[in-house]
Design a protein around this ligand. Structure first.
Ligand code: ATP
Length: 351
């Protein structure tokens, strides 16, 4: 149960916005559609909401086919980028509005609206107008308004884009807490990978109208499947490599052992900066490099090495510019990137 999208296609004239997208979102999870501008994530969200019709494909929610059912009869609610609140109505009236227009008796609507405002920690703000609220509070009113309708699935289209960086981080955590308290299915669209990692159980990284990879945020972050996903997650340290054994590669920096099989003869790998280690003994040294730049980041430190690699250490070590380091490359530091630009995957099974 949850949401399943089968082979969804959408073209806008010549523009192919979505190409054969399959997706399965489990009930009660926080799922994020992550990708660069124009990759089709909003289009997919709008198709799930019924605000846009797919050219092909099906949308199934909790086992029922909603593909042809209009937006107002789908068990979903959307929180948009612009919160679209009525400026002349109070917070309470804004939250009540949808309930009353669904013919819920006024007293019951008020009770529901108050309970939902309480849930998003806005009790006491009922009589304020939207312009008397902070950005974060307005965001929570928009959330309350959508949640008051008790949708099976809440859709969030870049809900934090209007907030400044500091508030964003705070609201991300709040959003995650509200989702967990309610145990509801949330599907969010964002282009901010940090935001996706903070709030989501699972995510789909999209590019060019397709899903490039999907999985738990950990899986995708730790093991980006191809160059596109790795690039988008701001992985650094890409190297060309040649396979010299089942789990051994040769790069311009030497031969390294890996913890996974290598599907190509020649290809690309990436090495996480934080996984590289300073070797204490020559026997553990996989390559030597001089430190070109030391970047102090407060609680951690980065070195740009003369071979072009970036290295990151958790603690601030007394390493000086110009110093030569012996570097150890642990087996799990190397990620083999698959050549398929976007691997077609079977995303149809809900856990
Ligand atoms: P952003 O992060 O910038 O909102 P997105 O990933 O959400 O981008 P979509 O809005 O889904 O991307 O758009 C996907 C593609 O479809 C883009 O190339 C866009 O220009 C195009 N597109 C979207 N809506 C329309 C429309 N109504 N008419 C024509 N083309 C459209």
């Amino acid at each position: 149960m949850g949401l399943t999208a089968y082979a969804v296609c959408k073209n806008y004239g010549e523009t192919r916005a979505l190409y054969d997208v399959d997706l399965a979102v489990n009930k009660g999870e926080f799922f994020t559609l992550l990708g660069p501008s124009g990759c089709g994530k909003t289009t997919l969200l709008r198709i799930v909401a019924g605000l846009e019709m797919a050219d092909n494909g099906r949308i199934v929610i909790n086992g029922k086919d909603f593909t042809k059912i209009p937006a107002n009869r789908r068990p979903v609610n959307t929180v948009f980028q612009s919160y679209a609140m009525f400026p002349h109505l109070t917070v309470l009236e804004n939250v009540c509005f949808g309930l009353i227009s669904r013919r819920i008796p006024k007293a019951q609507a008020i009770e529901k609206a108050r309970a939902t405002l309480d849930l998003v920690r806005l009790a006491g703000f009922e009589d304020r107008k939207p312009d008397q609220l902070s950005g974060g509070q307005r965001q929570r009113v928009a959330l309350a308004r959508a949640l008051a309708n008790e949708p099976e699935i809440l859709l969030l289209d870049e809900p934090m884009s209007a907030l400044d960086a500091k508030l964003r981080v705070q609201v991300q955590v709040e959003l995650r807490q509200i989702q967990q308290r309610l145990d509801k299915t949330f599907i969010m669209v964002t282009h901010d990978q940090q935001e996706a990692l903070t709030v989501s159980d699972r995510m789909a990284v999209m590019g060019q109208g397709q899903v490039a990879q999907y999985g738990s945020v950990r899986e995708v972050y730790d093991r980006p499947r191809n160059r596109f996903v790795a690039d988008f997650l701001q992985t650094q340290n890409f190297l060309d490599a040649e396979r010299v054994g089942p789990r051994e590669i040769s790069t311009r920096l030497g031969r390294w052992r890996l913890c996974e099989d290598i599907p190509w003869e020649k290809g690309c790998i990436t090495v996480r900066p934080e996984k590289l280690q300073i070797a204490r003994e020559a026997s553990a040294c996989d390559f030597r490099a001089r430190v070109n730049t030391v970047i102090y980041r407060g609680c951690y430190q980065q070195f740009i090495l003369d071979n072009g690699l970036l290295m990151e250490t958790e603690t601030v070590l007394p390493v000086a510019q110009g110093e030569e380091l012996m570097v150890h490359v642990p087996k799990d530091a190397v990620i083999v990137l698959h050549e398929d630009e976007f691997q077609r995957m079977d995303l149809r099974k809900v856990k």
